[in-house]
Design a protein around this ligand. Structure first.
Ligand code: GDP
Ligand code: MG
Length: 365
């Protein structure tokens, strides 16, 4: 699962990328980055700590997602030239898009010359997404028209239907309706998925606020939510610079420093959990004395498929899964107690894994 970080130049994309991946890619006030940075991030999950308390494992492993920090398009984003080429490819491949918008004022970092305005910059990016999708639709419609000229009667129906769908999506987009908000039949939705439209992807907007302005983060977030929430867009606000510095400290110092800054969920954690949730995947846990671990799988997988995520042998030799729901696990406090209270289940090959299942896979190879 890939999350792309996009935004105007010097909005703080690479800074935030470094914070989420605990990496050290080059951030720059002037020079321009040309290659994407790719890194893996641990997904924060409030449900891990209660499990750790129960199992006291030697090791805790978070679910992981890949972040891709995409440099601004060479032709310059936000100048209505449209997204194309390699840049568009990067965005299309992503499963979710994080838009970073500059909300910090810093004379050392030149802005684009029109002052700092996060909501304007977000509008610009969203407009570019719409524009890119319109381009894809128009090209597709042109190709269908060409194909129709030489199509056999048996093919005409399908092509005409596809043309009608594309035309409907296009009308919707022109009316300001992202494809993710348009009403589609399951068949249409499946067909549309193949095109990897940008406005069909989950979007999280992140206001990058100044490090001495973090008290304003809540207000900025609320304002952006009012403006973009209706379009199904999620919002977070954080200080990229501060978060990057914190991510480079050792965990103890980081914890202490965060506490001294004032309690509450960190903006970065919020951004990361929102992005993970937006991917619409399912998390299950494996728990024992050696490791408590969160795993990510697609919704609707069976127990053997989930086991295959851990190891292919476990899928091949799957016998059964022993399952306790997360809430039952935390409430009962131990496997033995869960068993006693009858919330411990034996599940077979056809079991469909549900959110936050605590699973032990029994297998034989
Ligand atoms: N003061 C301040 N500077 C920041 C913040 N985030 C990023 N910067 C600076 O802005 C410049 C551009 O950041 P970078 O992450 O490279 O932006 P990108 O072009 O979007 O990847 C760098 O000099 C960063 O140090 C922030 O929250 N506060
Ligand atoms: Mg960068």
């Amino acid at each position: 699962m890939d999350i792309a970080i996009v935004g105007l130049p010097r909005s703080g994309k690479t800074t935030i990328f470094n914070a989420v991946t605990r990496g050290a890619a080059q951030v720059a006030a002037f020079s321009s980055q040309t290659k994407p940075n790719i890194g893996v991030a641990k997904v924060p999950d409030d449900r891990l700590q209660p499990l750790v308390k129960i199992f006291e494992p030697a090791k805790i492993t978070h679910a992981e997602v890949t972040y891709v920090d995409i440099p601004a398009a060479p032709e310059g984003l936000g100048q209505s030239k449209g997204i194309s080429g390699e840049y568009l490819n990067h965005l299309q491949k992503a499963d979710a898009l994080v838009i970073v918008a500059r909300s910090f004022d810093d004379p050392a970092v030149p802005d684009e010359g029109n002052g700092i305005d996060a909501s304007r910059d977000i509008e610009t990016l969203l407009y570019e997404f719409t524009f890119a999708d319109l381009g894809i639709l128009e090209r597709r419609m042109g190709r269908i028209k060409d194909n129709l000229k030489s199509a056999r009667t048996t093919e005409r129906d399908g092509l005409n239907r596809e043309h009608a769908l594309a035309s409907r999506l296009k009308d919707g987009l022109e009316d300001g309706m992202s494809i993710r908000r348009q009403t589609l039949t399951p068949d249409e939705a499946k067909h549309v998925e193949g095109f990897q439209f940008l406005t069909n992807k989950p979007v999280i907007v992140v206001a990058n606020v100044g490090e001495d302005d973090t008290s304003a983060a809540g207000d900025i977030e609320a304002q952006l939510d009012t403006q973009f929430g209706e379009d199904g867009i999620l919002t977070a606000a954080l200080s990229g610079k501060l978060e990057m510095e914190l991510s480079q400290m050792d965990p103890e110092d980081e914890k202490e420093f965060r506490e001294s800054l004032g309690a509450g969920e960190s903006g970065l954690d919020r951004m990361m959990s929102l992005s993970y949730k937006a991917l619409d995947q399912l998390t299950f846990f494996t728990c024992g004395p050696t490791e408590v671990r969160a795993w990510t799988v697609t919704k609707g997988v069976t127990a053997p498929q989930a086991a295959g995520k851990i190891h292919s042998d476990m899928e091949r030799g799957f016998i059964r899964a022993e399952v306790v729901g997360y809430d039952d696990m935390v409430r009962t406090g131990s496997m033995a107690e869960a068993r006693k209270q009858g919330v411990f289940r034996q599940e077979g090959k056809t079991y469909i894994v549900t959110e936050a299942d605590v699973m032990l896979i029994l297998f034989n190879v």
